[in-house]
Design a protein around this ligand. Sequence first.
Ligand code: COA
Ligand code: AMP
Length: 636
Amino acid sequence: MGSDYHAVYEGWKSDPEGYWSQAAEAIDWFKPSEKVFDPDQGSYGRWFAGATTNTCHNCLDRHVEGGRADQAALIYDSPITGSKRTYSYGELLAEVKALAAVLEDNGVEKGDRVIIYMPMIAEAAMAMLACARLGAVHSVVFGGFAGHELATRIDDAKPKLIIAASCGIEPNRIVPYKPMLDEAISEAAHKPEKCLILQRSQHPVDLTEGRDVDLGAAMEAARTQARDVPCTPVAATDPLYILYTSGTTGQPKGVVRDNGGHMVALNWSMNAIYGIEPGEVFWAASDVGWVVGHSYIVYAPLLHGNTTIVFEGKPVGTPDAGTFWRVISEHNVAALFTAPTAFRAIKKEDPQGALIGDYDLSGFRTLFLAGERADPDTIEWAREKLGVPVIDHWWQTETGWTIAGNPVGLGILPVKLGSPTVAMPGYDIQVLDDEGHPLERGELGNIVVKLPMPPGCLPTLWNAEKRFQDAYLAEFPGYYKTADAGYMDDEGYLFIMARTDDIINVAGHRLSTGAMEEAIAYHPDVAECAVIGIADDLKGQIPAGFLVLNSGVDRSEEEIEREVVKLVREQIGPVAAFKLALTVQRLPKTRSGKILRGTMQKIADGESWKMPATIDDPAILDEIGEVLSTRGIMRA
Ligand code: COA
Ligand code: AMP
C-alpha cells in the first residue's frame, strides 16, 4: 500500500495554518485562538495565540469525561523493586488532584516554577501533571545528575519548591537523593521555600524541619478529603515546562515548551508518526528526565488516550536481557520507543535473541529508535529478531517531537539504513554550507529548518532570549540551526552525520564536553584539558579527557587521573560516564590557540584525518596518538 506522506506533506506546505488548525480540533480549548499563527509574537511567531487551555485537562479530565475513566492510563512496572501498579484514567486524575492540592497548600500558583527530581516512579508523572493543572512550570532534573547540576538549574529556574524522592535505585546501588538535594540548595543562590519529599521504603530519610514536607502523607490527607483542584486556564503560549539540555558550556540551556502548540503536535504525532490508536499501549523506555520521557512517557500518550508505561529498570540486568519482551507481552505494548544503545546492550547479552522466544509478542507492531544515530547493525538485528518494522527518527530536546522520521500512520516509506527518513509535516529541512548557501543533494552541510518552527518547538530559552537568538537563529538568518550536520539524498531522505558543536551523545544521553572541561579545570594540578567523545560499541560515544598538568607537579599521573574522574562524577554526575582521563604533555592547537578536538577524535577512532593547515606543532598529534595506543584506546 502506498504512503500518504507526500500528499500530506505537500498539503501542510501549501497551508501550514490550515493544517495545524485542523489538528488543533482534537484538543479542548477554553477559548479558541485568535490567530492560528501570529508572526508578530516571539522570535519567529507563536502558535495558537490568544487561546486558553490546560494541558492536564486534556491529558486526564477530558478522557475521564469522555468515557475512559476505567481504562488504564499509566502502568508503573519496576523490575528493580519488584513492584507494579496500574492507574486508570480516573485513578490517575484523583492522584494528580491530590498532588496538586499539596502544591496549592504549599503556595504554588500559576507561573511559579517547580523542580522535579525523581526517579522513574508514577509520582514523577503525577508531579508533572499536577504542575500543569495549576499552570505552574515544571522543570524535571534527571536523577543521574549530581548536586552541582541541580544547583545550576535551581539558580536558573528559581523554583518556589522542589519535589523529590528520597532515592533512586540503580542495579548495583541505592542513589540517595537527599544529600544531593541538600548540597544543591546550599550551593545555589536561590533558595526554594519548600521541598516535598516522597519517602521510598528502600531508603527513607530524615526530613529537614521547616523545609521538607512528607509528600506521601500530604497526598494521603488530600485524598481522604477528596480535594477537588480545578484546572487553571493558561494561555496556549504560556510555558508548560522548562527542560535543561546541554549547551556548549557548563550553563545548560533551559528549553521552554508552551501548552497549546505542544498538545497539538504531540497528539497529532501519536497517530501520524507512531501509528497508534487511542486505547492502545505505548511504551517509551526512556526517563522522565529527558525530552523523550516528557513527550512520550507522559504527555503524548495521555493526550491521545493511550496507556503509557513508567518502567523503572534497565534493558539488561533487571533481571536479564528479556525484560523488554516481558513488559511488551505482559502489557500488550503496541509500539516501543527507545534509544539504539538499549538494543546494543540487549544484543550484547543475548546475541541470538533467545529470550525473545519466551514471550508472546503478537500484539507488538513497531519499534522506534531515537536519541542517537541508529547504527545499521542494530536496526538489522532488531528487525530480524523481532520481525517488526524498526523506525529510526531524528529529533532534539528543542523540537520536542520528530523533525525527520518515517510516519507509520501516514504509511511507512521504504527504509534506507542509516537514514531517519524524511522531513515531517511542519519542518522544511534544508542543508546549507557555512556561508548559508543551499547545498546540492548529497552534499554534507549544516542541517537547518526554515522558520517558523512548527507547533511544539521551543519559542525561546528560559530567561535567555538573546542566547536563544545567538544559539539557534543568528548564524543562518531565517532558519533554525539544528547543530547537526548531514545531507539529504535525491529522494529527500536525510542522513545525520555529526554534531557541529561540542555536544556528545553517550548511551543516548546528550552531554556537553565543555561542561566536563569546566569541571576538570577545578582540579588544582590541571593546567588545561580537552574532552572529546570517542567511539564506543555499546554507548555510541564515551568521553575521554586529555589533561596537561601544571609544571612542577610531581604526584603520580594515575592518582591525578583518578581524582579527575571522581571530580567529573561529583560535579556532573554518573550519567557523564567519564572514566577515561589521560595525561599528555601538550594539546594540539591551531596557531590562534584553538584546540584541535576534531582531529584528536579522528585519531582516537582510527578514522582518516588530514593535518590541519593551521596547526601550530604537528608533532603533538603524534604524541596524542602514542598516548592513545599505549593506553590501548586507539582503534585500528
Ligand atoms: N540515577 C542515578 N544514576 C544513574 C541514572 C539515574 N537515573 N541513570 C544512569 N545512572 C548511572 C549508572 O548507574 C552508571 O553508573 P556507574 O558509572 O556507577 O555504573 C552511569 O550513570 C552511566 O549510566 P549509563 O550510561 O546509562 O550506563 P549503564 O552502563 O548503567 O547502562 C545502558 C547502559 C545502555 C543499559 C543504558 O544507558 C540505557 O538503558 N540506555 C538507554 C538510554 C535512554 O533511555 N536514553 C534516553 C533517550 S531515548
Ligand atoms: P537530545 O536533545 O538529547 O534529544 O539530543 C538531540 C541530538 O541527538 C540531536 O541533535 C542529534 O545529534 C542526536 N540524535 C537524536 N536522534 C538521532 C537520530 N535518530 N539519528 C542521529 N542522531 C540523533
